[in-house]
Design a protein around this ligand. Structure first.
Ligand SMILES: C[S@@+](CC[C@H](N)C(=O)[O-])C[C@H]1O[C@@H](n2cnc3c(N)ncnc32)[C@H](O)[C@@H]1O
Length: 283
């Protein structure tokens, strides 16, 4: 088949299966398999049989509900390639707000070689983007899941960054006690509520529950991590969280209860209050 006919056929297959964004997904699959950023610029070009069957295979996976990002095996975050697949959360554009916040802090405080920890690192997208932007920083990435750690290791190699990878449970007081003198602690922990978990889109259901579920009200990680990791910050150091829509008042309360000051929120690209930064003012 020629490219345009195959494209239309794939879009129709996906439409019948009620897959959202079928045109976009088909285009991404074409770009990946044909290794061409603009595959439809040559609509009458014949698609070789092996490529056609690879495309149809990926389209069928998409129809079975597998997220596009897992099918492609790679997704972009902060303009950087990140390997993704079953067992790791797909980096979201909302999380780029946290990178912007942290770069703002580094500029404002004129930190030359900040010590940064990314807790609940998953694919490593936060740690890797920060290390790329601040080459002089000492960045470590903490993650518990062995499956996610496989991607985290691959992504630090793929992006050639010296991020230190540490396996550990961020909810363990014993583990947290080994960390000291950080300028910045960043985290995008699991924050979905029990109710959210019953209403997940079918693609999100394919992502690991352990990356999504934050307890009954979604706040378990913030409640436990804030007092534990406060001790790992320097005086004047900042705790920077991403959180779910509508959680800001509860997060503010948790930070205030733990004596954080200068609590500031930022909105993501969709206008939703998505991140917070807060300063440790006591020794
Ligand atoms: C919401 S995902 C965030 C992943 C990544 N930072 C991002 O922004 O795309 C939360 C991550 O926390 C990890 N995680 C869950 N419980 C953990 C724990 N107790 N200790 C360390 N990591 C944990 C999950 O495996 C998952 O990778």
């Amino acid at each position: 088949m020629v490219r345009q006919s195959l494209y239309r056929y794939c879009v129709e297959l996906m439409e019948k299966a009620e897959i959202p964004d079928c045109g976009f997904d088909t285009l991404c699959i074409f770009q990946d398999v044909l290794e061409d950023k603009m595959p439809l610029f040559q609509p009458e070009m014949e698609v070789p049989a092996d490529k056609e069957s690879a495309i149809l295979d990926m389209v069928n996976k998409r129809i079975s509900g597998i997220p596009l990002q897992y099918i492609l095996g790679e997704w972009e975050f902060w303009g950087l390639p990140m390997k993704v697949g079953e067992g790791v959360l797909i980096p979201r554009p909302d999380t780029e707000t946290l990178i912007e916040d942290i770069l703002g802090i580094v500029r404002e405080k004129q930190l030359k070689s900040p010590k940064i920890a990314d807790l609940c690192s998953g694919s490593g997208c936060i740690a890797i983007a920060l290390q790329k932007e601040i080459p002089t920083a000492q960045v470590c990435a903490v993650e518990l899941s062995e499956k996610a750690l496989v991607y985290l290791r691959q992504n630090t190699e793929l992006n050639s960054v010296p991020v230190e990878i540490i396996r550990g449970d961020v909810l363990s007081a014993e583990f947290a006690a080994d960390f000291r003198d950080f300028d910045i602690i960043a985290s995008n922990p699991p924050y979905l509520t029990a109710q959210d978990m019953t209403e997940l889109q079918s693609e999100v259901q394919k992502e690991p529950q352990s990356a999504l579920f934050g307890g009954n009200d979604g706040l378990d990680f913030y409640r436990s991590m804030t007092p534990l990791w406060k001790n790992a910050l320097k005086k004047g150091g900042c705790l920077c969280y991403e959180f779910g829509m509508g959680q800001e008042e509860d997060i503010k309360l948790i930070l205030e209860e733990n004596n954080f000051a200068n609590i500031k929120f930022s909105r993501d690209g969709g206008g939703i209050i998505r991140t917070v930064t807060a300063e440790k003012t006591e020794v």
